[in-house]
Write a protein of this length. Structure first.
Length: 303
């Protein structure tokens, strides 16, 4: 294959259907039943079909955020799915909302070497209540590739977790720096809950000497008003894929890397007034029936 397509997608609270007889509902949604759940699984599989139609190929690597259980990933890759042959990398986090990140990969193109999760705790006296970072080591064309999937602490409650988010970013930078020093290529994908021009994400791109270590093509997209989600009426670029460009080009003989916010009209709100927004599953307690409140983001590596 002449190119590799990689994807990150915050799929908005993808929980299994709630047990109607349980005292508390895991999803936090109103009436999250089998019908709505199965419809969402079909819609997410349609996203993979849309991408395959537009790019002539499926993403061979898919990072996901807001995964409520391993079972939802198993449902995503069932036999009738376009990604039916993909493998799952997942470990449940101690997140207060019960959400974790995950990685799916085409097992005809990649081999799993190992994976583990990272927890960076700012205050040891407090219970850890955010998503772990997933670090997966894959073999691609007989060479090692590191992929980190993250969903950093949110800006809720007037950004009460900003210090925790900044601490995680700095610790993650140290891990990446160690790998880059060894000449190992790295891709970091996720929902950072920061725009690409934020000071903390700018620092993430630099090594210990202040030299460029990572490249973030989503900064240019964000500055050109290409948004992956919206907070109220304000467009934000929280979903990004950052990578060691030189190492990827050198190790795997790629010539070019391009990035895109996949804001296909098929994933947008159908109302003219809100037509720029992604069509979400819920808006507060109101069921909308869409895909997610985020657009997927893509990176294409070409030969």
């Amino acid at each position: 294959m002449k190119s590799e397509l990689m994807m990150f997608y915050n799929v908005e609270n993808l929980f299994p259907p709630d047990d109607k007889n349980a005292e508390t509902q895991n999803s936090g949604f109103r009436n999250w039943d089998d019908y709505k759940y199965n419809l969402k699984i079909r819609k997410l599989n349609n996203v993979f079909h849309f991408i395959e139609e537009d790019y002539g190929q499926l993403p061979s690597i898919i990072g996901l955020a807001e995964i409520g259980d391993r079972s939802v990933l198993e449902d995503l890759i069932k036999d009738n799915s376009p990604i039916g042959n993909y493998n799952i990398v997942y470990q449940k986090s101690q997140d207060s909302r019960g959400l974790s990140v995950a990685l799916l990969f085409d097992n005809t193109r990649y081999t799993l070497l190992k994976f583990h999760t990272l927890q960076f705790q700012l205050d040891e006296s407090l219970a850890f209540d955010t998503r772990d970072i997933l670090h997966t080591q894959l073999l691609f064309e007989e060479k090692k590739l590191h992929i980190f999937v993250c969903h950093l602490p949110s800006k809720r409650e007037k950004d009460a977790k900003k210090a925790q988010r900044n601490y995680i970013i700095e610790k993650l930078r140290g891990r990446i720096h160690d790998l880059v020093e060894k000449g190992e290529p790295v891709i970091v994908m996720g929902d950072y809950n920061e725009n690409p021009d934020a000071r903390e994400l700018q620092k993430l791109l630099l090594d210990n000497n202040g030299d460029a270590m990572l490249n973030n093509p989503f900064e240019a997209l964000y500055l050109n008003n290409q948004f992956s989600t919206y907070h109220g009426k304000k467009g934000v670029g929280f979903d990004q894929m950052i990578y060691t460009e030189e190492l990827l080009l050198e190790k795997f003989d790629f010539q070019k890397i391009t990035a895109e916010v996949y804001n296909s009209p098929q994933l947008k709100n159908k109302e003219r007034k809100h037509s720029k927004y992604p069509m979400r599953t819920y808006s507060g307690s109101r069921y909308i029936g869409g895909w997610s409140d985020h657009f997927p983001v893509l990176v294409k590596l070409e030969r």
